[in-house]
Design a protein around this ligand. Structure first.
Ligand code: DAS
Length: 364
């Protein structure tokens, strides 16, 4: 009994200390939870920065008008979910993006991603070539931090404009630790897509962006919900690094259709294309009258990469429609022609070996 009386104060002290520790841990946790992520918004133009003549003008408007600070001010709820700051990188409609725009944007993203005061990045972008930019960033920016590309199908001046919620959702995703390491992402219409898989498959509706292998997840009322991850190499697992790329290879796309000739392919090659993406009918088919010119162009050192004009479904099978082994041609796997162009333009900065290029098309 005597001993118990002696150690009672000690037990009380230990209990007090552990309670204090528990409290400070809880306070820390709550402080940690309420510490808002630092998200940088890089604005490049597009419809999300567009302005129409009236609220009824949902499809007729001028893209690339509203500056980034007004975009941010237009969504006051952003300050509840992140510490946001904006940079106006370009102010253009995205159909006018060039390889130089891609390189400049990619280098800015890579620089900011290295900064300790940046937790995630959002790029506001026109929807026309949004999928190309997102895939490019997926290939060349070495960071685990979320990179989220976002656009809108209606200008902010229109009734039921989609840009405000798309931007809010993009900042939620860019500020969430759950988005780390998932590659460059595209947030549109409440869905989170991989920058690799997504494509604009409808040209006039808000549900314009789709991935044939499905979205990675959804963002709803400020929360992210994930259902799958990208199976292909990206960002930190990529052998391509924007810091080592100062020029992209010239790669062009020639469309396949009935009655076609080899005029486009031979013209592009004469203009210096290092590779031609053949946007073939069906499984990347090449019209019989065009094959001889492509075989000759390959002999002259131009790479021929068979993709498909079929919108959003399947993938081109090697040696099926054409004897790719015999002609030393490449297949673009499931990449649509515009994404195949991005990958070829990046890959050709590292190799011009056709077997290496085909490996790259399997892996990325
Ligand atoms: N012209 C389109 C573009 O800038 C507008 C848009 O849909 O964002 O991509």
């Amino acid at each position: 009994m005597h001993l118990r009386r002696q150690i009672a104060p000690l037990i009380a002290l230990l209990l007090l200390v552990s309670q204090a520790d528990l409290l400070s841990a809880q306070e820390q946790a709550s402080t940690h939870e309420t510490k808002l992520a630092n998200v940088v918004i890089l604005a490049t133009g597009g419809t999300i920065a567009g302005a129409g003549a009236s609220a009824a003008s949902s499809a007729t408007y001028q893209a690339a008008k509203v500056p980034v600070d007004k975009l941010i001010a237009g969504v006051p709820e952003l300050k509840d979910i992140a510490q946001v700051r904006g940079e106006q990188v370009f102010q253009i409609a995205s159909e006018s993006f060039t390889n130089d725009h891609l390189l400049q944007l990619g280098k800015r993203v890579a620089t900011l991603a290295k900064q300790d005061d940046v937790d995630g990045l959002v790029i506001t972008h026109g929807t026309d070539t949004l999928e190309e930019t997102a895939y490019f960033l997926n290939l060349v920016v070495h960071t685990e931090k979320p990179i989220v590309v976002v656009g809108s199908m209606r200008p902010g001046t229109a009734m039921s404009a989609d840009g405000m919620l798309n931007l809010y959702n993009a900042v939620v995703v860019a500020g969430s630790a759950t988005s780390r390491g998932k590659g460059a992402l595209v947030v549109m219409n409440d869905e989170i897509h991989s920058g690799r898989d997504v494509a604009k498959s409808i040209n006039i509706r808000t549900e314009a962006f789709n991935s044939q292998w499905g979205a990675l997840g959804m963002v709803v009322e400020g929360k992210t919900f994930w259902f799958r991850t990208l199976a292909k190499r990206h960002t930190t697992q990529s052998e391509f690094d924007i810091e080592r790329i100062d020029k992209l290879a010239p790669v062009e796309i020639a469309y396949g259709y009935g009655n076609m000739t080899d005029a486009a392919h031979t013209h592009f090659a004469a203009k210096g294309a290092a590779a031609l993406i053949h946007a073939g009918t069906g499984n990347g088919s090449v019209a019989a009258g065009v094959v001889p010119a492509l075989v000759e162009l390959r002999k002259q050192g131009v790479h021929i990469i068979r993709s498909s004009r079929v919108n959003g479904g399947g993938f081109v099978i090697r040696n099926a429609e054409q004897p790719d082994d015999k002609y030393d041609w490449i297949v673009a796997h499931d990449l649509n022609p515009q994404k195949a162009r991005i990958l070829a333009a990046v890959a050709l900065t590292a190799t011009s070996d056709s077997k290496e290029l085909q490996r790259i098309f399997w892996e990325y």
